[in-house]
Unconditional design. Structure first.
Length: 345
């Protein structure tokens, strides 16, 4: 019963997550039918002539999928229909199946174009009754196992994240430096030379007067050398290269470990409520952590001292089964093993 339920849920989650896959952008793939009893969606993953390669339509096998319950010989089954054909059995003895649809803000929606998340609830029933067991909710002797999960159709609502400014830890981005050509300096020397000049002055006096000749030498003009620096600067700038880094998508469900129960004794004392705690972590962050009891349904778990805890009310004289399931912010899910305990009457 549990194997059927988990296998059925796993298949639906994997395929609904691919709804709307349309790499060529011309197949118009997406969610086609969205009711509480069934879901139908299309995707482009195959080619009529080239095998497993998109070809721009949703007419090939396994490209138009519908999930719903159907009954054969009194046995209710989960059926998978492709390309409008007859339902094929995925799991037997499925007593309940329901789909709920939410928009970007987590509100319920009936508008197909607004769907961003799908909640799936599935209940499997044992194939044979157990005379020693009575289900108080159905007043019969069949055991039941319920799973709930959330799916995000990624090709409709959650594109890859690309960043040109924020890098993941450990990634180093190097911007090319600006290159400057060394400066060249040219020195021009200008030399001016003046040849010394000699001036002679002659004075003539009347006869009988002594003639005096005076020679005056004018000093040479000082030679001045002037150095004029000529600076030529050439700057070459190499254009910066823009870098785009794609952050890998988180496809792993939350980690559920260290599950404890208090009281831990078995059977549990009469009139005692039971607290179940677990360590739940996820790289993308957590959307919800739920404790599911076969007698109380879903019980919200709250974070306290680093662990998520929820409380199951007393069930004197009964055996209670429970498990934990968690959903991260990207719609990945995880389900713990199923545990049980009995309580004194």
């Amino acid at each position: 019963m549990r194997q059927y339920a988990r296998a059925a849920m796993d298949l639906m989650v994997r395929e609904i997550r691919m709804a709307g896959y349309d790499p060529l952008g011309i197949a118009n793939a997406g969610i086609v039918e969205a009711t509480q009893d069934s879901i139908r969606f299309t995707l482009d993953i195959r080619s009529t002539y080239h095998g497993d390669a998109p070809d721009g339509d949703t007419l090939d096998s396994n490209e138009d999928v519908r999930y719903a319950l159907y009954t054969v010989d009194g046995i209710q089954k989960l059926g998978r229909e492709t390309q409008g054909g007859s339902p094929q059995p995925v799991a037997d003895n499925i007593s309940f199946l329901r789909f709920d649809y939410m928009d970007t803000n987590g509100n319920a929606t009936a508008v197909i174009a607004d769907i961003r998340r799908v909640k799936i609830t599935l209940t499997a029933r044992s194939s044979k009754p157990d005379p020693a067991y009575t289900d108080p909710n159905y007043n019969d002797h069949y055991r039941r196992y319920t799973l709930e999960t959330f799916v995000v159709p990624r090709n409709i609502s959650s594109p890859m994240i690309a960043s040109t400014t924020t890098m993941p830890a450990g990634v180093t981005t190097t911007t090319p430096a600006t290159t400057t050509t060394p400066v060249t300096t040219t020195t021009v020397t200008v030399t001016t030379t003046t040849t010394p000049a000699t001036t002679t002055t002659t004075t003539t006096v009347p006869p009988t007067t002594t003639t005096t000749t005076t020679t005056t030498t004018v000093p040479a003009t000082t030679t001045t050398t002037t150095t004029v620096p000529v600076t030529t600067t050439t700057t070459t700038t190499v254009p910066a290269t823009s870098t785009t880094t794609t952050v890998p998508r988180d496809t792993t469900g939350p980690s559920i470990t260290n599950i404890t129960r208090s009281p831990s004794s078995s059977p549990v004392p009469r009139d005692s409520s039971v607290q179940v705690c677990a360590t739940v972590t996820d790289l993308s962050g957590l959307s919800s952590v739920i404790l599911n009891s076969d007698r109380d349904g879903n019980i919200a778990m709250t974070l306290s001292s680093g662990k998520y805890c929820g409380t199951i009310p007393r069930h004197n004289g009964k055996t209670t089964r429970y498990y934990i399931y968690a959903v991260d912010t990207r719609g990945n899910t995880s389900v713990s093993s199923t545990y049980q305990y009995s309580q004194n009457n």
